[in-house]
Design a protein around this ligand. Sequence first.
Ligand SMILES: [Zn+2]
Length: 174
Amino acid sequence: MTNIPPEIQSYKRTAWKPIIIEGDGALTASKFAGKPWLGKHEKWPKCPLCQNPLELFVQLNLNQLPEALQNEFGSGILQIFYCTNQFGCNPSPHKIQAFSDAHLIRIIQPERKKQRIEIPKNQDFFPPKLIVDWQKLEDYSNSEAASEFGIELNDELYEDNFPIEGDKLAAWPL
Ligand SMILES: [Zn+2]
């Protein structure tokens, strides 16, 4: 991070990168894919468009986020499901349309009793990845955004490095 031009230091934001391991965890754990927390009598959510089971993209236990983020997102379990129907209800989790019906975004407050969750069969779901920790990162807007602030950046130095790509929380959108 020593190459950051001093004039953009004030546009620095803190981002949090999930540290993941292969495998699923507790039903209330933060994870990508795998078994979500569902209500006691709740069935696995289906896509309202094609009726296929939705895939769990990410589940975040908001009560277990780094302290700095806890107030920002509230409490409970945030879940984002989306349709992976190859015929195209929603082709990419990174292109979830804000008003598409082919996904489900919600925050639930788990009751004490949990139920046995089975992953729907015959679905080409991603293997689960458990979020075990969060790494604090310094993130910066890309040079285009910076130039809107009147800052010209040396592209070679900078362009390829920010914003940090991949999954992260609370930082500059790509
Ligand atoms: Zn669908």
